[in-house]
Design a protein around this ligand. Structure first.
Ligand code: PLP
Length: 345
């Protein structure tokens, strides 16, 4: 085995989704954009559909078409980017539900696919996607007359419970949807944890399903194990890797493992991340290369055949902290070179 193995626990994904579902009295959808946060939208989607998810969200129509292939005809697949120019065929042919973001998109949808299901996305302050209050007020009656399936908005600060912005977004959302007899959705993972006021009729968890913050009680979902290519002894004064950033201060044994920044193990992780032999932490020695990482295994009893880089002892969120980013980015950066193994499901 010459590539690292990424093991994805579908049972943990299902149990996280069920735990989030159990926190609300409303329907729970599943967000599987960006190939299921890098973990495989098809496999993840099928496992969640079996667990009872009826509605899925993706970012782009192309992702929706691929997911439709994997899931078959029944589940609802909604597209956050709405009805973009050139997407009419794919939306019609693969039965996607665009979340309409603007008057232009609304007109495009009604002209290209009259009678085809759609949803509405409103901007309540994030200023990213969705119709603004003035725009919505102008076409609200026309849009509602065509029977949208769902009206949604998105929270900008859901992972920061004490911030005033969250309440302001609820107020804006309620005001904009007052009197509309259409199911409503506001909460992502963070929004579910904020409490009942945020749940409305449907929630849209993503990261929590995949084991990430802010869902603190999530079960771990991914394990990444890299094979050792070779081991060598260094005398004090010898160095490892590009730029000689590690210099041995004692008789040292170094393992070179098969994974690197091209696999989503960002170079900036080098100084803080570790590799694990069972429970035993081993420091990364020197710079992370494109395809390899040097690891100081001097204190191990013997040479390992592989070392763990992601698992219960070093989670994607911990790597994110080391890299100055968020777990979402660690997961979606996990490379295409890994051997992907699925368990459970
Ligand atoms: C990504 C996304 C979600 C899911 O968010 P998480 O924080 O991963 O739970 C929900 N809604 C929208 C609009 C999104 O873009």
């Amino acid at each position: 085995m010459s590539t690292a193995t990424l093991t994805i626990d579908l049972d943990a994904i299902v149990s996280n989704w069920r735990a989030l579902d159990a926190m609300t009295d409303c329907e729970t959808a599943a967000v599987v954009k960006a190939d299921g946060y890098g973990l495989g939208a098809g496999k993840v989607g099928r496992a969640l559909a079996r667990a009872g998810a009826h509605r899925f969200f993706v970012a782009a129509a192309e992702e929706g078409a691929a997911l439709r292939q994997a899931l078959g005809p029944s589940p609802v697949i909604s597209v956050f980017s709405g009805h973009m120019a050139g997407d009419s065929d794919i939306i019609g042919d693969t039965d996607l539900v665009p979340m309409i973001n603007s008057v232009d998109q609304l007109i495009r949808h009604f002209e290209a696919l009259p009678g085809h299901p759609f949803g509405i996305q409103l901007d309540t302050g994030m200023n990213r996607l969705g119709m603004e209050p003035g725009e919505w007020a102008a076409i609200r009656d026309v849009a509602l007359a065509q029977g949208p399936q769902l009206i949604m908005s998105h929270l900008a600060c859901a992972d920061e419970p004490d911030i005033e912005m969250n309440e302001a977004q609820i107020r804006a959302f309620v005001e904009m949807t007052e009197g509309a007899d259409v199911p409503r959705s506001l909460a992502n993972t963070g929004g579910i944890l904020l409490g009942k006021n945020y749940h409305f009729d449907l929630t849209r968890p993503g990261i929590g399903t995949f084991g990430g913050r802010p869902f603190a009680d999530a079960s771990p979902v991914v394990r990444l194990e890299a094979p050792v290519i070779q081991c060598r002894d260094l005398a004090p004064g010898e160095s490892v890797g590009y730029g000689n950033k590690f210099v041995a201060t004692r008789q040292t044994r170094i393992a070179t493992i098969a994974a690197g920044y091209a696999d989503g193990l960002h170079r900036v992780l080098g100084p803080k991340a570790q590799a694990f032999a069972e429970e035993e932490p081993c420091p990364i020695a020197g710079r992370i290369s494109m395809d390899t990482i040097g690891v100081d295994i001097t204190d191990l009893k013997g040479d390992p055949t592989s070392l763990e880089l992601i698992g219960p002892q070093q989670t994607p969120d911990m790597l994110a902290d080391y890299a100055g980013t968020i777990g979402y980015e660690i997961l979606t950066s996990l490379g295409g070179r890994y051997t992907r193994r699925y368990t459970g499901g």
